[in-house]
Design a protein around this ligand. Structure first.
Ligand code: Y12
Ligand code: CO
Length: 171
């Protein structure tokens, strides 16, 4: 089932999401719906709060060399904790909740992630490159933060200007 994605400036995006405690059929169905929703919107990552569910769950699927994003290769991440972040990197980010706006954001270059999978098993993952960046972007959603809040003053102004322009165009 496709879920509606909420967009800036919806206040729900500012909520801190709550720990996942039930790793049951309801969660599994929700994760399946998140995957369907992310793929149908051409996304590579989606946090539960973006579909108005304030739980600490996110999915990520970095396309392979052929551009495929299979369900099997999708990471389903609950209750994530970042360990040993290292280095810094600039990357142009986009977000399904801020459609049409892309900007450079500074992130850690590599990290170790502790999380729980859909069955509640504790897993560890070493991440670098786009995966490490996308993990940080999605974990920020769980804290109620959007990537536009990490922009420099001038880039944030650029965003406000573009956002106001899109509002006028919609009128
Ligand atoms: C860097 C950091 C984090 C991520 C993961 C989360 N972002 C996305 O998956 C964004 C997807 C996205 C897709 C869009 O739609 C199309 O391109 C058709 C899009 O454009 C519009 O909505 C107009 C914006 C974002 C990724 C990279
Ligand atoms: Co996002």
């Amino acid at each position: 089932m496709l879920l509606p994605i909420i967009t800036y400036p919806n206040k729900q995006l500012k909520m801190r999401s709550k720990e996942v405690v039930n790793f049951d059929e309801l969660l599994h169905r929700f994760l399946d719906d998140m995957y369907e929703t992310m793929i149908s919107s051409n996304g590579i990552g989606l946090a539960a709060i973006q579909v108005a569910n304030p739980i600490r769950a996110l999915i990520l699927c970095i396309p392979d060399e052929e551009g495929n994003q299979s369900k099997e290769s999708t990471l389903e991440i609950m209750n994530p904790v970042i360990h040993a972040p290292q280095g810094n990197v600039l990357y142009q980010e986009g977000c399904l909740s801020v459609p049409g706006f892309y900007e450079d954001v500074e992130r850690y270059e590599t990290l170790t992630l502790q999380y729980q999978n859909r069955h509640g098993d504790v897993c560890m993952l070493q991440a670098s490159e786009l995966l490490a960046i996308a993990i940080q972007h999605e974990i920020d959603h769980l804290e109620g933060k959007l990537f536009i809040e990490k922009l420099t003053y001038n880039r944030r102004k650029k965003f406000e200007k573009e956002y106001k322009k899109t509002l006028k165009e919609k009128k």
